[in-house]
Write a protein that binds this ligand. Sequence first.
Ligand code: B12
Ligand code: SF4
Length: 462
Amino acid sequence: MRILFIWPGVENTELRNLLPLGFGYLAANLPRVHRIKLWDGVLECRRDNDGIMEEINRFHPDLVGLSVWNFNLKAAREVANLIKQQFPELSIVLGGPSVSGYQDRIFSTINADYAFSGEAEKPFRHFLELFENDVLTVDNLKQIDGLIYKDGNEGIVCNPPRWESLDDLKYCDYRVLNLDQYLEIGYRYGIHHTAKRTAPILTTRGCPFPCEYCSARRINGMKVRTRPIESVIAEIKELHESFQIDGFNIIDDNFTFDIDYAKEVCRAIVDLGMRNVSFCCPNGVKVEYLDEELLDLMKLAGWDCLFIAPESGSARTLKNMRKQINLQVVEEKLKMIKRAGLKTFGFFMIGYPSERVADIRMTIDFACRNDFDFVVFTCFQPLVGTPVYEKLFKAGEMDKPPEGLDYYEISYAPKGMTVRQMKFWRFWGLVRFYTSSPNRLRDALSNYSPRRVLTFVRKIVQ
Ligand code: B12
Ligand code: SF4
């Protein structure tokens, strides 16, 4: 079968630092008999959809698949509408984080035939077998994990996803997603002092925590599953040897949740004996779980900096978020991280529902008085499918889902505050932090290219 994956183009240069990994994973886990092609609007630098229509005419796919995140949702809708107009017979399949959030609301948001919530490597393979043999009967559709489909009577059926062991999961096919081309246009992510070429890897999937603003567990489930160490090491070797990657980003939701596994990964990396490579967990690690042995191993394996996400300095807000974190423990662990010779990056969120100015001030104070080298303050973004979004929707505080969120957009302000005020507090937090010590400003400026710093500053003050 011929499958055309589509990563719609969007006007956001930051997206050059986000790889469509989902397609790489799907492709790696499909039988080789299929012909797979990816049309990548970010790489093509095209916002218009003519290129996609031309590609469909050239490639004649049997079906097209779109990966939908919040920031490309509008673009995905436009592409789907156009395909339905110009190629009404062509089946459109959706997947990606937003499908897991929207669930049965997805087809009223994007005009498509099928969608997958949760991880889709095995279910999509199953679906293709049935599609190819033209046996997508109601009985068969019921058997496909995570599939969302129309039942023919105007109803939508959402099969529950299944989160299986990762033992026989093949890792990402980086050729399908054109890693080399991304690197050529400047793809770079994480904090790496010397690395020139970076790439993301996943070692575990799943997160057991209940943070109300987060939708990760709808995609990867609440049970943390680990990949076999040999497979992780094979992936690192392939990236190093075939793509000359020297900066590796472990992008798990929670790399340090299974601390023994994390230690094993670090030991295996040390045993590889690679020179001049660095590692980073730019999505953050569970700070309470860190111990001295793990930190020493991380340092030895090539970590320079640890990212942690206390999110707030206000115990009241943390309770509202259902963020299971103790600020006193964070302060102690920060010292431990520093003793291990690692830098620290803190993620903070402001403007959570029911926050007051006093809570925001507490967050900024917490960030400034602790030994962080870098911090960011982002404004809370309500994501469809998260408990907090559903609560805001029921309470009438949100009338429709915000679409197109990137790091900087502000779609919500707590009651009694305005978006303008949120912008001010975000700006003020950054100014206070980065002017509180010359080292902080110097480190930030030396780690990011002038172009990125300028984009960041422009977006923050816009
Ligand atoms: C790592 C990560 C990042 C990295 C990028 C990683 C990368 N791919 O290069 C960075 C830090 C850059 C990033 C950025 C952002 N992220 Co992020 N990120 C993640 C994280 C932890 C993993 C994403 C990932 O790559 N997974 C690995 C791949 C293999 O999984 P996948 O893409 O989901 O694909 C699987 C399925 O979804 C499905 N699938 C996907 N596409 C398709 C297509 C078809 C046809 C089919 C059948 C199936 C299918 O099958 C795939 C294989 O199982 C997730 C949390 C999570 N656990 O998912 C959040 C997450 C995806 N991010 C999220 C958000 C909100 C963002 C930001 C907007 C942050 C912000 N608020 O400012 C930015 C957006 C970028 C920007 N510049 O503005 C949300 C997404 C919510 C949404 N509905 O869009 C998540 C879920 C976290 C959360 N807060 O809840 N992110
Ligand atoms: S924010 Fe992090 S710890 Fe909380 S549920 Fe999401 S992935 Fe887990």
